[in-house]
Design a protein around this ligand. Sequence first.
Ligand SMILES: Nc1ncnc2c1ncn2[C@@H]1O[C@H](COP(=O)(O)OP(=O)(O)OP(=O)(O)O)[C@@H](O)[C@H]1O
Length: 259
Amino acid sequence: MSKSIEARDLNVYYGDFLAVEGVSISIASRSVTAFIGPSGCGKTTFLRSLNRMHEVLPGARVKGKLLLDGDDIYGPGVDPVTVRTMVGMVFQRPNPFPTMSIRDNVLAGYKLNGARMSRSEADDVVERSLRGANLFNEVKDRLDKPGSGLSGGQQQRLCIARTIAVKPDVILMDEPCSALDPISTLAVEDLISELKAEYTVVIVTHNMQQAARVSERTAFFNIAGTGKPGKLIEYDDTSTIFNNPKEKSTEDYVSGRFG
Ligand SMILES: Nc1ncnc2c1ncn2[C@@H]1O[C@H](COP(=O)(O)OP(=O)(O)OP(=O)(O)O)[C@@H](O)[C@H]1O
């Protein structure tokens, strides 16, 4: 089931350093939203706060509210591990477990959660997830071979299969194509467009054509200078951000004048 995301006046800190300041944004369920902006403006930091992933660093914390379908994921008693099951993350570099088979990679999330299932249930999860990641036909005859034997693009789709295996509500992607060749990038972009039928997808990208191709809404972040916090400057339909932005800094960024 796909869920909406709402941040209300969210600050994200690394210790005393305020990295992202005052972000308020509503992201609809079953949509693709792109985060763009120059290096260091806090895109990754904000993305990681959406599933409490940043908390794995000591001293990292947030202030403000982050609601998933209205429920505060930072509320008292909320387990960050449960949050990360509901809000999955795909990273820049494909990171399948190298010695595990393709099949076991897909099932890794289940196994980490301690779930028990029969062989036929596991087979169903593997097939559903690999089909959902547009990878099944390419790997169905070698499910017991290591995940590391796949191409970079296939490995990234395997990581997406691993993410969707546990049926998340939201999928976060941090520059998921930056380590991929153009053909693999297209395969992952096609997949992102399909994923929005079932999931809320948020993608950080430096590639503006990619943001324009895959997303319906785009959020532009910027930073006033080194040591200053990143801020959300403008958030609108992707076509508006690229063709008719309201803010001068957005226009300068999307037209390649800085960043
Ligand atoms: N682990 C960390 N500890 C302390 N500061 C950090 C840490 N990670 C990031 N920062 C700082 O937080 C700010 C935002 O960084 P972040 O990586 O979120 O930006 P970004 O927009 O994703 O950049 P890029 O496009 O280069 O990946 C930067 O000033 C960065 O130096």
